[in-house]
Ligand binder design. Structure first.
Ligand SMILES: [Zn+2]
Length: 301
């Protein structure tokens, strides 16, 4: 087994990156559905209805908008933020009607930050919205990998990947039956399948590990090996893991939307620690994009 894993995945690694589990501006990890849902909710509470005094792009390459388009946001009112897949959506309204939507895909290290106007503008601040009430909403991205699109409400399909995006993993319309239909069209291994936004949107490296551990399915199993019960277990795990994480993050994150909490994850990046279900050692493979799993709870076949 070890040899087979090493052949397929390269170096087998047990390193538990403990420092990563509670971070503030710490090691960058891609925000996923639960993280962005909670940031959107907090922005809805704190900035909806506020007026934009000025919009600027201190590091202009992160935002896909001209300086003229940005300055046209002055005087607009912020609507209620939402999330779709791994995008945070922030609507700008004028006279009660939506005029532009900011669609932010933070990728690895992009974070929104609410801070007083007087706070120093950090390097790699991709967007600064000065709001009434002495606060800025800023987007800071240490790795400069995130993408911000400013589009008309009817122009969402211009965003790369948007038209092909599958339903959100927590979409109430994504019933078990709909999930069964969709999974038939997507072959391949389970971990990349869960991370494929064309299949379901919002799941990344961390929560795919958590979901597969919960479902007791090995990350490298092929979709074609799943029976009806396996698919139902995968669906239930997807829903419960995401719902549970969202509930926890609602308590942990606000008011500091720039922080990321992962300390409650059961297996992801805990290679070498004991499996919370069976007590055997968790395995971890890969480096920056590590996969963690339990060989005994998540058998290969
Ligand atoms: Zn186990």
């Amino acid at each position: 087994m070890d040899d087979a894993l090493t052949r397929v995945y390269g170096v087998v690694c047990h390193t538990a990156a403990k420092a990563y589990h509670t971070v503030q501006w710490g090691p960058p990890r891609v925000p996923e559905l639960p993280d962005l849902t909670v940031v959107a909710e907090e922005l809805g509470r704190r900035v909806a209805g506020r007026t934009v005094l000025e919009a600027t792009a201190p590091t202009p390459i992160l935002v896909r908008a001209t300086p003229e388009e940005l300055s046209s946001l002055a005087g607009a009112t912020l609507g209620v933020a939402t999330r779709r897949g791994k995008f945070l959506l922030l609507p700008f309204e004028r006279d009660g009607a939506p005029m532009r939507i900011l669609a932010a895909n933070p990728m690895l290290a992009g974070r929104f930050w609410l801070t007083p106007h007087r706070e120093r503008v950090r390097a790699r601040t991709g967007l600064r919205l000065a709001l009434d009430g002495d606060e800025d909403l800023r987007y800071v991205d240490r790795e400069m990998l995130g993408k911000l699109y400013l589009v008309a409400p009817e122009g969402m399909d211009q965003i790369p990947g948007w038209p092909e995006m599958g339903p959100d993993a927590d979409d109430p319309k994504l019933t078990l039956e709909a999930f069964r239909q969709r999974i038939r069209r997507h072959p391949g291994e389970l971990k990349p399948l869960l991370r494929n936004p064309r299949f379901v949107a919002g799941i990344g490296n961390a929560y795919s590990d958590e979901i597969l551990w919960e479902a007791q399915l090995a990350p490298f199993r092929k979709r074609s090996t799943l029976n009806d019960d396996d698919i139902a277990r995968l669906y239930d795990a997807m829903r419960s893991v995401l719902a549970d994480a969202t509930k926890r993050l609602r308590v942990l994150v606000p008011p500091e939307i720039e922080t990321q909490h992962r300390e409650f994850l059961k297996v992801h990046l805990r290679g070498g620690e004991r499996c919370p279900r069976c007590g055997r050692e968790l395995r971890q493979i890969g480096g920056r994009e590590a996969t963690t799993f339990c060989r005994s709870c998540q058998p290969p076949f």
